[in-house]
Design a protein around this ligand. Structure first.
Ligand code: FCB
Length: 512
């Protein structure tokens, strides 16, 4: 379908109106009140996914592995943070988590039982290099080799995220991500991984949600290491962009079969009003929260997320850095959870360091003197127990936007899901009747199928998450799993949503 037809089709189906964003080349759509969740049953019944579509589930090392100090693993910043009183709701830690470090055979068997074709997981850097640099801990390599063998034996494609937020504490002690040297250490780590596991893994993403851990860790201080200085965020983000480029090259040098993409967190953004100021603010939000680690790789330049000039000096940008960052990705991966409504604002106060806030609360990103936008999550539609507004159409808008802006790349949805607290219901034989999660995925996947039908090259979808797990600052007070975990005895119970998703994976349709 050509662009004109796409626009017409999109407008007819979703009743929305497209605007061009203030000369930035970034398009933004108006929020369409009342159009959000209402999908007709026919759309769900008609939704089809292509043969070979990669149905998958995702986890992250710190959230599931446990074994935090075993077999030579070093301390990570999340170990340090969770061991500090007052940081995590209910004083939860990842010390044991889902004990996936030992129970991975059982968990991979669940993936297989549910007809999954892709398992997205992350590697704990501190298991491989306890202080983040230097000698390799062979026990760490051996562990992940065993996990990969089990995944491959189950007929599942391993998708490896190199970094899902658990920086070795030894590197934070050297200054953390604002220290540019970390780009080199990260490239060394990437090379070690590709050299040792490249015969088993072909799909790699350097960073999970790079905006989140750099901004929340160094800009606002709600995540470890809990530093709150915007210029530290700018420096950290620049190091991460350099590291992404260096890691891409290191992986490819060590493994000729490797493909490298991304796992960015993204929120489709809609201007609050049709005013020029709100549309320009929305374009800045999109540049900062969605494209800041993508445009750098794909085109070797920063998107302008700022009022005025890009603050190269504050970032620590050096001549030639654009060439280091530029590594056209083999495919583009991103997460989708919810949307934002954006308006122009003046410089706003930062959240105070160390307050007990969750990632999702802060993902809205209050503006500051650099970005001057206010991004708010609307509450027009039902809100999950995890606190996010349900907006199925957002995945359609986001996928079509990225397809348009990057010339129809191969796309992977690296995460999407919802927090609901349903527990096993004994009279129903131990089942977990989480009907709201099924409704969430059904509506969202119908919108994803529509994007594929309209020409987007989406090849994979990873539900967050295989297991209920340690949900960062929320500890164990949120449950995103398609499998229920009883944290008292580690018993797993596949939720009704998991069973449903398994049928979807077998049939490539949603009315199962
Ligand atoms: C994403 C994170 C993931 C999990 C989900 C709920 O932002 O990547 O680790 O916490 O949110």
């Amino acid at each position: 379908m050509d662009r004109r037809n796409f626009l017409a089709g999109s407008a007819a189906i979703a009743g929305t109106q497209l605007l061009r964003g203030s000369g930035t080349g970034i398009s933004a759509q108006t929020a369409a009140p009342h159009s959000a969740g209402a999908l007709v049953p026919e759309q769900i019944a008609a939704a089809r996914f292509p043969d070979g579509f990669l149905w998958g589930m995702a986890t992250a090392s710190y959230q599931v592995e446990g074994a935090w100090n075993e077999d030579g693993k070093g301390e990570s910043i999340w170990d340090r943070w969770a061991h500090t009183a007052g940081r995590i709701r209910g004083a939860g830690t990842g010390d044991v988590a889902c004990d996936h470090y030992r129970r991975y055979p059982q968990d991979i068997a669940i993936l297989r039982q549910l007809n999954q074709k892709s398992y997205r997981f992350s590697i704990s850097w501190a298991r491989l290099q306890p202080s983040g640099r230097g000698a390799v801990n062979q026990k760490g390599i051996d562990h992940y080799k065993r996990v990969m063998d089990a995944v491959l034996q189950a007929g599942i494609r391993p998708f490896c995220t190199l970094y899902h937020w658990d920086l070795p504490q030894g590197l934070e002690d050297l200054g953390g991500w604002p220290n540019r040297d970390l780009a080199g250490y990260f490239a060394d780590y990437a090379g070690i991984l590709a050299k040792n596991l490249g015969d088993k893994i072909q799909v790699w993403a350097p960073f999970n949600m790079p905006w989140s851990f750099t901004n929340l860790g160094y800009g606002t201080g709600v995540f470890p290491p809990g530093r709150a200085k915007y210029t530290d965020f700018l420096k950290a983000a620049h190091t991460v962009n350099l590291a992404q480029g260096e890691a891409f090259r290191a992986i490819k040098a060590a493994s000729s079969k490797a493909t490298v993409g991304s796992a960015c967190g993204m929120c489709p953004a809609y201007p609050k009003t049709g005013s020029e100021a709100d549309r320009a603010a929305t374009a800045r939000y999109n540049a900062m929260n969605n494209l800041y680690f993508l445009e750098t790789a794909m085109r070797g330049r920063y998107p302008n997320a700022f009022v005025g000039e890009i603050p190269y000096q504050a970032m620590g940008f050096r001549p030639g850095d654009n060439k280091i960052m530029q590594v056209p990705l083999d495919w583009i991966g991103f997460h989708y959870y919810t949307r934002r409504i954006v308006s122009a604002s003046g410089p706003a106060a930062q959240r105070s360091a160390g307050s007990l806030a969750t990632e999702t609360e802060d993902t809205g990103a209050a503006g500051n003197e650099y970005t001057q936008f206010s991004a708010v999550m609307p509450t027009e539609n039902p809100i999950t127990d995890g606190g996010l507004e349900i907006f199925p159409r957002g995945i359609y808008d986001l996928v079509m936007q990225i397809s348009r802006e990057y010339n129809h790349p191969i796309i992977e949805i690296t995460e999407s899901g919802c927090g609901y607290l349903d527990t096993p219901y004994d009279p129903a034989g131990g089942h977990v009747p989480d009907a709201r999660r099924i409704a969430f995925f059904r509506a969202e996947l119908a919108e994803l199928a529509r994007a594929i039908h309209d020409g987007a090259r989406v090849r994979a979808f990873h539900a967050w998450s295989l297991l209920d797990n340690f949900e960062w600052n929320d500890g164990y007070t949120q449950r995103y799993g398609l499998t229920y975990v009883d944290f008292r005895d580690q018993k797993r119970t596949i939720k009704n949503s998991g069973l449903w998703y398994g049928r979807v994976a077998a049939a490539n349709r949603l009315d199962v």
